[in-house]
Design a protein around this ligand. Structure first.
Ligand code: GLU
Ligand code: MG
Length: 456
């Protein structure tokens, strides 16, 4: 049986009538077009056309024609059939995540999925496979006549919050399971209505696809119950920020042996609870040295910079450390009995306004670059980096992360490694579109917050 026949059989068995062809724009917004089952066989081969201007629209759907992209020119959305997932919260739809291809079949320079694919290939050439997982936080409540009432008012990790959100969370977890999204951990986070769900690590493309499906599921489930869930980095100044920490580790090419694990805790890493390998140290050094430009891709909205503040566990400095929740790169402690498999690093300066393929691809590129350069990071930070004096900050390589989207974009432009990795066309479009967002929101914080809350 051909792939197409197989897929259509699968779709029919699941009652699917419509198939969404998804792509993710620079602002992390999932967009796409929809095929009927009848036209699916040819669409699997030739894709669905979409205008090139689709990657030059900002969060207000304002087309940025300075990018050179606009009404003229077309690319094809060509689906990754492995990503086929029936969406249990829709009437009869499934989704597939797509590459954006030129009419010739070549990957389009603006395709974020292909960007990540290239970094994964690079890792492969170096003998590594990658495992990653996004860990999104979100706030849930009821929005009635402009008033927001949180789903719970309980404390962080509290049973009270679990009970109040029980119906909603149970439904989300059931819908996740129907889509093959295995829950790793759930808990009520800090402050009213904030919750966090994490899924098992996967290969990079799949980790991004799965994270986007998770977000869609939370939102759809909330809407179905007359609730509203938001992943906005900072819904309001009084509330805890919504991070989307990224966990990752490098394995050998067969995906069996964790290359971040040294084998014996306390050796390279220098900390009792962690046995980081030299490879992990080089990777950390690579990411650490690019953090200021990286955040333009990992925290890419005007709202993102309301979250990245000192003392809020979101990270606000170029710091790394063991179990340090104020560090941009946190090395979690390993689990007894699962030392190797639980060795990974967590990047905290990531939020849900990012395009996950760009964010993960860029982090991976920086880490691999650190390995190639045999770079070594400064000494790990063992306190809140905001509490270090000038000499301490200098010693630990601690500098403030950008304070606004514009500042981050300036840092990105100055980071030639990241600019080259993105490629001229993607980098140019990204910076123009994001600069337009900064300009659109800069003078009107209330408007900015309202748009971010509505979109994320
Ligand atoms: N909510 C925090 C953030 O903005 C993270 C809290 C935690 O460490 O999980 O990233
Ligand atoms: Mg958390």
């Amino acid at each position: 049986m051909s792939d197409a026949e197989n897929l259509i059989r699968q779709a029919r068995a699941k009652g699917v009538e419509l198939v969404r062809f998804y792509f993710c724009d620079g602002s992390g917004i999932l967009r796409g077009k929809v095929s009927s089952l009848k036209t699916l066989p040819e669409r699997l081969v030739s894709g669905i056309g979409v205008v090139k201007g689709s990657m030059a629209q900002n969060l207000l759907d304002q087309l940025q024609t300075d990018t050179g992209l606009g009404a003229v020119g077309e690319v094809r959305l060509v689906p990754d059939t492995n990503s086929f997932t029936a969406l249990p919260y829709t009437q009869a739809s499934a989704a597939m995540f797509c590459r954006m291809e030129e009419l010739s079949g070549q990957a389009w320079s603006h395709c974020s999925r292909s960007f990540l694919e290239r970094q994964v290939e690079e890792a492969g050439k170096m003998g590594f496979s990658v495992k990653a997982a996004f860990e999104p936080e979100f706030i849930v409540g009821e929005l009635k006549d402009g008033e927001f009432r949180h789903i719970d008012r309980g404390l962080c990790f509290s049973s009270e919050s679990m009970d109040m959100a029980d119906g909603f969370i149970t439904e989300v977890v059931r819908l996740m399971a129907l889509q093959g999204l295995e829950l790793e951990q759930y808990y009520p986070e800090l402050g009213p209505g904030q919750h966090e769900l994490s899924i098992a690590p996967a290969s990079p493309l799949s980790a991004c696809d799965r994270y986007l499906l998770l977000k869609e599921t939370v939102k759809a489930c909330a809407a179905g119950r007359g609730l509203y869930a938001t992943f906005t980095p900072k819904r309001s100044v009084e509330e805890a920020g919504n991070g989307c920490h990224l966990h990752l580790s490098l394995y050998d090419e067969n995906g069996r042996v964790n290359q971040f694990f040294h084998g014996e805790a306390g050796k390279e890493g220098g900390a009792e609870q962690s046995g980081l390998s030299k490879t992990a140290m080089h990777f950390i050094a690579g990411v650490h040295s690019h953090l200021k430009g990286l955040v333009a891709l990992t925290c890419p909205s005007v709202n993102s910079y309301k979250r990245l503040r000192p003392h809020s566990w979101s990270s606000a400095f170029t710091a790394w450390g063991y179990e340090n929740r104020e560090a941009a790169i946190r090395v979690p402690s390993v689990y007894r009995g699962r030392e190797s498999d639980s060795t990974n690093i967590e990047i905290k300066c990531v939020d849900s306004t990012a395009n996950p393929y760009l964010a993960l691809g860029a982090i991976l590129a920086c880490g691999l670059d650190g390995i190639k350069r045999l770079a070594l990071p400064p000494a790990p930070v063992e306190v809140d980096p905001a509490d270090l004096d000038d000499a301490g900050q200098k010693f630990h390589g601690v500098e403030p992360l950008p304070r606004s989207l514009n500042e981050a974009l300036t840092e990105l432009e100055a980071d030639l490694f990241l600019m080259n990795t993105l490629g001229k066309e993607l980098a140019n479009t990204y910076i123009i579109v994001k600069t337009s967002e900064a300009a659109a929101f800069e003078d009107d914080p209330a408007f900015s917050d309202a748009v971010h809350r509505a979109r994320y």
